[in-house]
Design a binder for this molecule. Structure first.
Ligand code: C2G
Length: 448
């Protein structure tokens, strides 16, 4: 019996895939098809896959061409599979010609002509494209514009800024450049909001009520009632309201949370997260540039994410110590927040006027997790134990600081109507509560 194997993502299965499977099958008597896992695809840069692994495996099964279906989940697995399954022939499309010649040491390698004129990317892009509007004045909106190029089915088509005349570079060339949110909303299907936290509620409400999906920098709102009102509007209008805390969309952070929750480091007793970035120009003059936030506004939700994802949100005590910029007294240059939970503690340090080590340490009764700076856009973390021989290291490719992953996830959520959330509502509520306390000065000690 001649055994053949072939590998692929097989997203949105099309006749190019089927022809490949048919010709691969004709090379022998038994065909094994290996379907890539979601994480393996993200790790190799394929962030736009629409269907889940289960859906893609089912599509391959329904062709009736595979005698066996397995998953491909790590680099180098092909050699393992060929040896373990006693494979005689490896087959793959000609777009990969030369890439798998190293397998000739283990089996025959056949490159089959790729079927022209069809691809999953093309299908994804032909689907109704989402027109995304940007809202805000901050410079990293340019990064969102460039990262959107990697996301199938998404076009950034406009921007609403407080000072559109001050916009620089490619943002100025967008189809709609306006100071009116109304005008922007008339021309888009979704918006990404990076305005100041105090503007979020009204902007989100206006969009949701017009059936526009919203991806918004955290906090969603500065008042719990406002948050609940927005959640209700989004639910009723069946549009997505998504919180844009970038670490939540990175594979490394998601896997870290799963491992910690699995108990691998024992009972979590302390979570310590630090986020700092000295930004030129902030605090040097009383004038606050449009859209600029203080340390808690910019870094607080990010630093709180691991706290609430790993310890839950029923903290009994919260105390914040904050120092403001000498000149821009409205903005905090540094804030430390300490949380007390029934059986754990947490501490976050955030600073735009103070520099510190931006790492994340999760302390447990059997070991601890260490994420090196800048932990909030990490592709790597370690689990460390009393016996260093038991230490484990994890790496998950993260391109573009997680922005393209976040945008691709947002498109999928908006298109599929799925209510899956990367940040659970309880975490969002807890962030709103803390930010509301901070803004209103509750549980806050001002120093200097
Ligand atoms: N294919 C084809 N014609 C097309 C599209 C795809 O022959 N129009 C082939 C590809 O060459 C590949 C298989 O169908 O052999 C699956 O394609 P994809 O799902 O795009 O997966 P890909 O990332 O190309 O998988 O490690 C090998 C890779 O996993 C191959």
């Amino acid at each position: 019996m001649t055994k053949v194997i072939t590998y692929g993502t097989f997203d949105l299965l099309h006749h190019g895939h089927v022809r490949l499977l048919e010709r691969a099958r004709s090379l022998g008597d038994y065909l094994v098809v290996a379907v890539t896992t979601d994480d393996f695809d993200v790790a190799r840069g394929k962030i736009n896959v629409q269907q889940s692994l289960a859906e893609r495996m089912e599509s391959v099964r329904e062709t009736g061409l595979a005698d066996e279906i397995i998953v491909e989940e790590y680099e180098g697995q092909k050699i393992d599979d060929i040896q373990r399954l006693c494979i005689d022939v490896f087959a793959v499309g000609s777009d990969w010609v030369g890439q798998f010649d190293y397998l000739k040491e283990y089996c025959d390698v056949v490159y089959l002509d790729r079927t022209e004129g069809i691809s999953s990317t093309q299908i994804r892009s032909e689907k109704k494209r989402m027109r995304l509007g940007l809202v805000g004045d901050v410079s990293f909106l340019t990064k969102y514009l460039s990262e959107s190029e990697y996301v199938n089915g998404l076009d950034v088509s406009g921007i609403c800024a407080r000072h559109p005349e001050r916009l620089q570079g490619p943002l100025r060339d967008l189809g709609v450049v306006t100071g009116s949110l109304d005008e922007l909303l008339a021309s888009v299907d979704a918006i990404y909001i990076a305005s100041t936290p105090s503007e979020h509620f009204e902007q989100i409400k206006q969009a949701l009520e017009r059936g526009i999906h919203v991806l918004c920098e955290s906090p969603i709102a500065l008042d719990l009632n406002d948050f609940e009102e927005l959640e209700a509007i989004a639910h009723k209008a069946d549009v997505r309201l998504v919180e844009a805390i970038r670490p939540a969309y990175s594979t490394a952070f998601k896997r870290l949370c799963l491992l910690v929750k699995s108990g691998v480091i024992g009972k979590v007793t302390s979570v310590d997260a630090t986020c700092t970035s000295l930004i030129e120009g902030i605090g040097s003059s009383p004038e606050i540039p449009a859209g600029v936030w203080g340390s808690m506004g910019e870094w607080g939700p990010i630093a709180m994410l691991p706290v609430f994802q790993m310890l839950g949100t029923d903290f009994s005590d919260l105390h914040m110590v904050s120092r403001r910029f000498e000149t821009s007294r409205k903005l905090d240059a540094f804030t430390k927040a300490d949380f007390v939970f029934p059986d754990a503690v947490a501490s976050i340090i955030v600073g735009k006027g103070v520099k510190s080590e931006g790492d994340l340490v999760v302390s447990g009764t059997r070991g601890y997790a260490y994420v090196p700076a800048p932990w909030w856009r990490t592709d790597y973390f370690e689990l460390r134990f009393e016996n260093p021989a038991n230490n484990r290291r994890y790496f998950y490719q993260l391109d573009g600081a997680g922005i393209r992953n976040q945008l691709a996830s947002f498109v999928r959520m908006a298109e599929s109507g799925t209510r899956t959330r990367y940040i659970d509502p309880e975490t969002s509520r807890a962030i709103v509560r803390v930010m509301s306390d901070f803004v209103d000065g509750r549980n806050v000690t001002q120093i200097a």
